[in-house]
Ligand binder design. Structure first.
Ligand code: GLN
Length: 446
């Protein structure tokens, strides 16, 4: 009730939530009380959580930030929702996001931009900007989010939070509305690495309903939290420390690394020579997959349908013209273009080759170090409206986060100070399945 009251008071301005349904949340909370009284508790029993509106939740409106799904009430739970509900967590509401998770500032949402609680003239980051603003404004203690090219790490950085994008395949994508299926991965966003570990423990695990879910024994993400960092080898890619990052942000990153040296870590220079190609490769592959995934929104089975049309083709055309926003249309056009006959080899296949090179760069780097560190984003939160008319500038803002998704690796963002009163995020990148180690490295610093 305390959180619901705070949401009622602050959300009209911050716009972190698209949907709240107090009666549903309170009913779940009462059920959690009963479980506690019966002694059937987990670490998450009764903990209220903000759920990104990309996760289908039974009986909840699930919009994915789009007019296309404005009227969609999900008939089933995503695996992530089901697991958190089973652990006894309470859904506080569904959070705002860029339309179909396409964006870096939460300004492409059909439901309006989210304001950064640290400075309400600035963006909260994207695409999980609603989840980040909700936790930063204390409208939820923790949240779920998804990361296709940085959407957990970047909003966490811009709002002063800890966020973790797991290894591809660790968290089920079942019921998580698809953007770019080979890159999409759900994960937690919270105030600390320890809280992220508690959430990930409940969220992760094999799911036969997701064909890319990995069948491996459950990890214990809390196991290593207190492990000393003596001897930890930190790789510093020279491409992260050259041009392209704001000097004051870089000073905060350097200060954090100095702190790690005091904790017993050593640093080694590594190289990710193909990193600069991650922006063009990602912005070919992600739109290609999106153009295929979004073909399901045709006005026939669910979601928006244009009210007036002449025939079936006209219904498809008008539904999609009216239901999708500009950025989504741009991605569908780019995606169908790079997949079309005559361009497929030149763009799509070439991007896939670059993807392999980027994964190989990380493989080489992890022979020399245990964890890679650098900035999450090149600047602190920018002003609302500053980049929205310049898609290339917006895409370039993702330079430090995209490689992790192309390679399928786990990555985190950890708060590491303020520049002019705005939070800076330190990015940690680990080898496949090193989530427990990353959480440990983040926790010891916090
Ligand atoms: N900013 C990137 C994009 O627009 C990443 C978004 C995401 O991770 N969902 O595609």
């Amino acid at each position: 009730q305390t959180y619901l009251d705070r949401i009622a008071r602050l959300n009209p301005d911050i716009n972190a939530y698209i949907t709240v349904a107090p009666e549903k949340s309170l009913a779940q909370a009462k059920a959690a009380d009963a479980r506690i009284a019966a002694g059937q508790t987990t670490a998450l029993t009764g903990i209220p959580l903000a759920q990104k509106d990309i996760f289908c939740a039974q009986g909840w409106r699930t919009t994915c930030g789009s007019k296309m799904l404005d009227n969609f009430v999900s008939p089933y739970d995503a695996t992530v929702i089901e697991r958190l509900n089973t652990a006894g967590a309470v859904i506080l509401g569904k959070t705002n996001m860029d339309e179909f998770a396409m964006g870096s500032s939460n300004e492409t949402s059909y439901f309006g931009a989210v304001k950064n609680p640290w400075d309400r003239d600035r963006v909260s980051g994207g695409s999980s900007g609603g989840s980040a603003a909700a936790v930063a404004a204390r409208l939820a203690p923790a949240a779920t989010a998804t990361d296709t090219g940085g959407s957990i790490r970047q909003p966490a950085a811009l709002c002063g939070l800890t966020g973790l994008k797991p290894t591809y395949g660790v968290v089920s994508r079942y019921g998580m509305i698809a953007y770019a299926s080979s890159l999409d991965q759900g994960g937690p966003m919270a105030r600390s690495a320890e809280d992220c570990a508690l959430l990930l423990d409940a969220m992760a695990g094999f799911d036969p309903r997701d064909s890319t879910s990995l069948e491996r024994p459950a990890d214990d993400y809390l196991r290593d939290l207190e492990r000393p960092l003596a001897g930890l080898r930190i790789g510093l890619p020279k491409e992260f420390f050259g041009e392209g990052c704001d000097a004051a942000v870089m000073a905060s990153i350097e200060a954090a690394i100095a702190e790690y040296r005091k904790l017993g870590a050593e640093t080694v220079e590594v190289s990710l020579p193909n990193m600069k190609l991650s922006v063009p490769a990602y912005y070919v592959i992600a739109p290609a997959e999106a153009s295929s995934n979004l073909s399901r929104y045709d006005g026939v089975r669910y979601g928006y349908r244009a009210p007036e049309y002449a025939d079936l083709n006209d219904m498809y055309a008008k539904t999609r013209a009216q239901g999708f926003g500009d950025e989504v249309k741009r991605r569908i056009l780019i995606g169908t273009y790079v997949l079309s006959h005559g361009y497929y080899d030149a763009y799509y296949l070439q991007a896939q080759r670059i993807r392999r090179l980027i994964a190989d760069d990380f493989r080489t780097a992890f022979k020399q170090c245990d964890v890679i560190m650098g900035p999450t984003s090149p600047t602190t939160a920018f002003k609302l409206g500053e980049k929205i008319d310049d898609p290339v500038q917006m895409y370039l803002f993702d330079i430090f986060t995209l490689g992790v998704n192309l390679a399928g690796l786990p990555g985190m963002s950890v708060p590491c100070g303020l520049v002019d009163g705005l939070p800076v995020g330190l990015q940690l990148i680990g080898d496949y399945f090193s989530e427990a180690r990353l959480l440990n490295v983040a926790h010891r610093y916090q």
